[in-house]
Design a protein around this ligand. Structure first.
Ligand code: GDP
Length: 297
């Protein structure tokens, strides 16, 4: 992943030194931790997240078993890998399917984060798993969004439910769920309206939709390229809406990957999917261990 290239380079250099040492002293570990700390900060990982991470790794790394093992350097690398995986949520987080279909997945996020594109990508991914999703155009403030979703739905042969622009998104959401019940669509994927910045009108509207249809998933679509802003946005949405997860988009970009490494730790919300490109097949289930491996080599 391009955004982690620089971080990966730096960590791998540190690991090479560690592995080459044979026996490790506490000073060796301290020096390595300093390098890892700097590399993470340069990758734009949240300051407090870095601090806690380094403390955890260090506590384990200077332990008797590690220092006296035959391959202490290797052990430290393993600990970094485990802690990095844990930081990003440990294991993969699945969609919370409703016992009684349809499962309602509400996508929220700021304008431009990639919500509409992600709605289509998610529909495609779930369709490939044998589901019969319904896309719902509830972004009534950006007329182009409805058209955009219809075009994408047509490409994917996924039905798109829309009622035009003059209708309240709450009514659209309710009617869409009815429609899905009647025609056996599952899940219902709601593409809601964003704004350029978080504001009360947007939040009030999202809360109203949430109350009306009681979604099983409220997933925040957030642009990883915005770095620490992404983390702030996630915290804010989570406080006001109670998110069940996050979808990070634009991880194919060339910015630093701090958001991906901080969102889970700061908000407690699992990253469920990652967007890796503009095309509709560019959405992946998020595997913390795999990303840790990609970063650590
Ligand atoms: P919305 O306003 O949140 O609905 O955002 P859109 O779905 O219209 O997406 C905004 C822009 O981001 C579009 O040009 C998308 O093609 C682009 N985009 C969305 N997801 C990704 C991604 O994962 N990678 C890249 N490179 N671009 C993306």
């Amino acid at each position: 992943v391009a955004i982690f290239a620089s971080l990966a380079d730096k960590l791998q250099e540190t690991f090479k030194k560690l592995r080459g040492k044979g026996k490790l002293t506490e000073a060796d570990v301290t020096a390595a931790m300093r390098e890892i700390r700097l590399a993470l900060l340069e990758a734009d990982v949240n300051f407090k997240v870095v601090k806690d991470f380094i403390n955890r790794v260090k506590e384990r790394a200077v332990g008797q078993e590690v220092m006296q093992s035959l391959t202490p350097g290797q052990q430290v690398v393993k600990i970094v890998h485990e802690e990095l995986t844990a930081l990003m949520g440990g294991s993969e987080s699945k969609i919370n399917w409703a016992a009684q279909p349809p499962t309602i997945v509400m996508l929220v996020g700021l304008q431009g984060a990639g919500k509409t594109t992600t709605a289509a990508k998610l529909a495609r991914l779930l369709q490939n798993q044998g589901r019969r999703p319904l896309l719902v155009a509830a972004d009534v403030y950006r007329p182009a969004a409805i058209k955009q979703l219809q075009v994408l739905g047509e490409q994917l042969k996924v039905p798109v439910f829309s009622m035009g622009e003059g209708i309240s998104p709450v009514d659209i959401a309710r009617a869409a769920v009815e429609h899905a019940r009647k025609y056996g669509n599952n899940p219902v994927i709601l593409d809601t309206a964003g704004r350029l910045h978080i504001n009360e009108t947007m939040m009030a509207e999202l809360v109203a939709i949430k109350r009306a249809v009681d979604p099983h998933e409220i997933l925040l679509v957030v642009d990883a390229m915005t770095g620490q802003d992404a983390v702030q946005v996630a915290s804010n949405f989570n406080q006001q809406l109670g998110l069940t997860g996050v979808i990070l988009t634009k991880l194919d970009g060339d910015t630093r990957g701090g958001a991906a490494l901080s969102v889970r730790a700061v908000t407690g919300c699992p990253i469920k999917f990652i967007g890796m490109g503009e095309k509709t097949d560019a959405l992946e289930t998020f595997h913390p261990d795999r990303l840790a491996s990609r970063i650590l080599g």
